[in-house]
Design a protein around this ligand. Structure first.
Ligand SMILES: [Zn+2]
Length: 274
């Protein structure tokens, strides 16, 4: 049995979580690169996209390989995208923040699972404007496992409610609102509208993990973030009115805030309103 109160555990566990996050981030890079191409994320092993040389273990040490090789491929000297170490760092920092916030708990495990799936969604939507169904499905399977634990073993989670069906309402709260918005967009503009079906779908695992309150908070914050960012991009003429901006990255940023601080935020907000 692990003694979670021992001083050794309190010192080494965060370091372990951080390093494990770095290694998993390295795998997420493979997912971000291969999933949009329809390739397997498990096989074949990683190779340089330019010279096709198979990468060795020493080339695959997260972040450090990038620094030692000064951001270049060891074999062909072509620059390697900064995105690789960035994804590794983001993954490890998110794992660490969740661990420091929730400790050695089932909540922390569930959130680490959720955001490990949402990080590739963030980058794939940013680059390709798609949210792959495989990632949505992985999120739903993980969310279902957490839901079954909540129903049959012990009520828990961020829902702050012992009602067994709270996560199910969460699964359909924001996603149905966005689905209605997408349908209205389709009816008025006769196109996909601003809201893609990927955004509707990704709210299902988010709601299943976070419950309906934090799912709705995520929706409100993501709309605000997306709106403010669009105005800034238009003002500085980085984008014009016709160009589409992916909404997924805002949903995921908002979901992270909600998962970490949403319940405190809602309590504070309600206390100043009433
Ligand atoms: Zn190369």
């Amino acid at each position: 049995m692990i003694d979670v109160s021992s001083s050794e555990f309190r010192i080494f566990a965060p370091v372990f979580v951080f390093l494990a996050g770095l290694c998993f981030g390295s795998f997420l890079n493979v997912c971000i690169y291969r999933i949009p191409l329809g390739q397997s994320v498990l096989h074949p092993p990683s190779s340089c996209p330019k010279c096709k040389n198979r990468l060795k273990a020493k080339d695959l040490i997260p972040v450090f390989s990038y620094i030692f090789l000064k951001g270049k491929c060891r074999y062909c000297n072509e620059p390697v995208s900064i995105q690789y170490p960035v994804v590794e760092m983001i993954t490890s920092v998110i794992w660490l923040i969740i661990y420091l916030r929730y400790g050695f708990t089932i909540e922390a495990a569930g959130l680490i699972l959720l955001f490990t799936i949402l990080i590739p969604v963030f980058f794939i939507d940013l680059q390709h404007m798609i949210i792959p169904n495989g990632l949505v499905l992985s999120g739903l399977i993980g969310g279902a496992a957490v839901f079954l634990y909540h129903v049959f073993i012990k009520p828990f989670g961020l829902y702050e409610s012992a009602l067994w069906y709270t996560p199910l309402i969460g699964m359909f709260s924001s996603s149905l609102i966005l689905f209605a918005v997408a349908l209205i967009g389709l009816a008025i503009y006769k196109n996909d509208g601003a809201m893609g079906m990927g955004d509707v779908k990704i709210f299902m695992p988010i709601g299943l993990f976070l419950g309906w309150k934090l799912s709705l908070l995520t929706l409100v914050i993501s709309v605000l973030l997306g709106g403010i960012t669009s105005i800034i991009l238009l003002l500085f003429k980085i984008k014009d009115r016709k160009s589409a901006i992916p909404f997924g990255p805002f949903i995921i940023t908002a979901a992270l805030f909600s998962a970490l601080y949403g319940n405190q935020f809602l309590r504070w907000y309600l206390s100043i309103c009433y």
